[in-house]
Design a protein around this ligand. Structure first.
Ligand SMILES: Cc1ncc(COP(=O)(O)O)c(C=O)c1O
Length: 390
């Protein structure tokens, strides 16, 4: 039996995934709905993280604190061990979330009215933070090839040429789970350099590599263009610590660091919660065995779901190279999004995410989070089948 087989009781714990479905899906009562939507895991975090947090709580004094040298070193070591990327301590800036890091980067490095490029379908806050910070979205769709989405570099260059000031990259890609290869990343850098565009690289999923895939940090392969990149990372997706709210940016360019620090100063942010740095350090120094076991577990969950759902006529799923999210193609069913969501929620009692949440290119797709016990995964497959049979 694996530690990941345990089912944690998450209902009635103020969990967004389990306790916010009434609001999110417009339901009167969601108490019988199985949530497989927002991207957190139902697994307990590594025991070392809970232990470090408990020990910290026992200190009983929680005055102002700074991030320790050991915690910073744990990030430097983690990046080197995981991704073979050597970063300098002084290039790290802290933030209480990757979305906040993206928003701060846009605020610091572009001006109101500037154009910001995104490649759709993509993680929804890329749209929201751009719009709500009064920047204009330029959307360049990824294109389908052999069951996955890839860059159309001709269209990408045309989009950049519209006086775009920043590009937000999702590497690895959410919702598709694509781990962009070095050639793709180098072309992104080359074109952004040609049009002098800053790249904000969201790499929060970078540690979730399946079946031997390898993540390449964009800045690692950017050569002389490294300074145009802000890399946003966190231990939260990796170790299921989203509620702890801890993230960091790796910024090699001193001037950009100063601009980002000025944004923090302007809003009084920039320092971490005292528990956040403790959790980060414990996860990065002691969490590797947990991560390795967890990745095997979710890979097996995926294999099971894909094998089962692919038997249904009209359903196609390509196994992702990274993350714990499945991007389910139901276009051949000929059902519109409203209808399939209604069936899933009412007949299957299953909450997945509708593809258009990620942009119009997501129409005909559903996103399913399989980071839960195998028993829960089996239950979800039954519910999915029930919804389609109904
Ligand atoms: C691509 C991507 N970026 C950022 C986040 C959220 O980051 P945070 O919770 O640190 O704001 C997610 C969560 O699903 C994500 O998928």
């Amino acid at each position: 039996m694996s530690i990941f087989d345990q089912t944690n009781k998450r209902r009635c714990t103020n969990s967004v995934k389990w306790d916010a479905m009434e609001n999110v899906y417009g339901l009167k009562d969601a108490s019988d709905i199985l949530p497989m939507w927002i991207a957190d895991m139902d697994f307990s975090a590594p025991a070392a993280v809970s232990k470090a947090l408990q020990e910290h709580a026992e200190k009983t004094v929680f005055g102002y604190s700074f991030v320790s040298g050991e915690a910073i070193q744990s990030i430097v070591d983690w990046q080197f061990i995981q991704h073979g990327w050597h970063i300098e301590n002084q290039s790290i800036l802290f933030c209480n979330g990757v979305v906040a890091a993206l928003a701060n980067s846009i605020t610091a490095l572009t001006n109101p009215g500037d154009k910001v490029l995104i490649s759709t379908p993509v993680y929804p806050p890329f749209f929201n933070i751009t719009k709500s910070n009064a920047r204009e979205i330029v959307s360049c769709p990824l294109v389908e090839k052999d069951g996955t989405f890839v860059y159309d570099f001709e269209a990408f260059e045309q989009a950049l040429a519209q006086n775009v000031k920043a590009y937000i990259l999702c590497n690895p890609h959410n919702p598709g789970g694509y781990v962009w290869d070095e050639a793709t990343l180098k072309e992104i850098v080359r074109l952004c350099a040609k049009y002098d565009v800053v790249i904000i690289s969201d790499e929060i999923h970078s540690d979730l590599m399946l079946d031997g895939s390898k993540h390449t940090p964009l800045a690692k392969i950017a050569g002389d263009e490294m300074d145009r990149i802000i890399t946003c990372m966190a231990p939260t997706k990796t170790f299921n610590l989203a509620g702890i709210q801890v993230a960091y940016m790796i910024v090699t360019d001193k001037k950009k660091r100063m601009l980002l620090e000025a944004v923090n100063m302007a809003s009084g942010q920039g320092s971490l919660n005292t528990f956040a740095s403790v959790a980060l350090q414990a996860a990065y120094t002691e969490g590797s065995p947990w991560l390795e076991e967890m990745l095997t577990y979710i890979s097996n969950n995926m294999d099971y779901v894909i094998a089962e759902l692919e038997q249904l006529p009209g359903i196609h799923i390509t196994k992702p190279q990274g993350t714990y999210l499945l991007w389910i193609d139901y276009r051949e069913l000929g059902l519109d999004e409203k209808e399939i969501m209604k069936r899933l929620l009412e007949d299957g009692k299953l909450a997945l995410e509708p593809g258009t949440k990620y942009g119009e290119e997501g129409r005909g797709f559903l996103r399913m989070n399989i980071a839960c016990s195998f028993d829960t995964v089996k239950d979800s497959v039954q519910r999915f089948k029930q919804a389609l049979q109904a």
